[in-house]
Design a protein around this ligand. Structure first.
Ligand code: PMP
Length: 297
């Protein structure tokens, strides 16, 4: 733990309620509604060569998520987009992760929090591959999660609400402690759903099969990868996938802003052979998010 550079003790600038302030000064009080009641919604974005990929889609999802949590972020989509760009620039970053978060403040402490101030802050930091590149190409090992993605009738399931990540952290830890890189969650009906931080695809030949995103995020990366797959002439099928079917697929990979496209070599004791379909889509995805780089190579 000694060599961990804590996220609250760094040089740089954080955009905080309309201004860029010193990184270490971006603090909130322990009596913040967002901390106690998870009245918070966030985004995870990546910039490549200084440009945030699909910035407006991320910002729109943030604003929509806040509305689902019954609050209004006091900035427009265009203002938030600009604030994200400013944050990347102020920190002199090129390839980085961008983390906006909106939360209810300290003015009221209780389940009712109608008069709380809505805060928005944006941080950005250098961030390489979510999984080490070497490990990524070999494929990562997934454990089966115990918790399930909730019924949309019981939680704002299709947002990036902070509270939804409580079970993701528990499952990611459980997986890591058992020697896996990630965990695959079922949904409340027992259908295959998604990983703790990304969507999942399976392949049969050049058919891509992916769980219908009706109780979890239809990720921006998922949508991008499906577009790229169609351009390659692959067929994309959204459907209910049962855990017993996994043994019948050829390849498997997870996708997300952080994970990009990451081949999977096993889920529990079911093995996959990372092959030409995930490699093609990984390369197509990287060429799409970093077009300058692809052209230069
Ligand atoms: N599901 C979960 C639980 C996630 O955290 C993410 C990452 N935001 C995704 C799916 C994929 O979303 P995106 O591709 O938009 O990053």
């Amino acid at each position: 733990m000694a060599d961990l550079m804590s996220y609250d003790d760094r040089d740089g600038f954080i955009w905080f309620n309309g201004e860029l302030i010193a990184w270490r000064d971006a603090k909130l009080h322990m009596l913040s509604h967002g901390l106690h009641y998870a009245s918070a919604v966030f985004e995870g974005e990546r910039a490549y060569g200084g440009e945030v990929f699909e910035l407006t889609k991320h910002t729109e999802r943030l604003v929509d998520g806040a509305q689902t949590l019954d609050f209004e972020i006091p900035y427009s989509v265009a203002e938030i987009d600009e604030a994200c760009r400013q944050t990347v620039k102020a920190n002199n970053l090129s390839d980085c992760y961008v983390r906006p978060i909106a939360w209810r403040g300290s003015e009221m402490m209780g389940v009712s929090a109608q008069a709380t101030k809505i805060n928005l802050s944006i941080a950005a930091w250098d961030w390489g591959s979510y999984f080490p590149m070497e490990e990524r190409l070999k494929g990562i090992k997934l454990a089966w999660a115990t918790y399930r993605r909730p019924d949309p009738a019981t939680a704002p399931a299709r947002t990036k609400a902070a509270g939804l990540y409580m079970i993701c952290t528990i499952e990611k830890h459980r997986a890591e402690k058992a020697g896996y890189a990630e965990a695959l969650m079922l949904d409340w009906r027992g259908h295959v759903a998604e990983c703790t931080s990304g969507n999942i695809f399976f392949t049969k030949g050049t058919e891509l099969h992916s769980p219908t995103p009706d109780c979890f995020l239809d990720g921006i990366t998922r949508q991008t990868v499906m577009e790229l797959a169609r351009k390659r002439g692959y067929t994309c099928i959204d459907r209910t996938i049962m855990p017993e079917e996994l043994k019948d697929f050829d390849e498997c990979f997870m996708v997300g802003t952080a994970a990009e496209v990451t081949p999977i070599k096993s889920v529990g004791d079911i093995e996959f052979q990372p092959g030409v379909v995930c490699e093609t889509l990984l390369n197509d995805y990287m060429a799409t998010v970093q077009p300058g780089k692809a052209a230069a190579e």
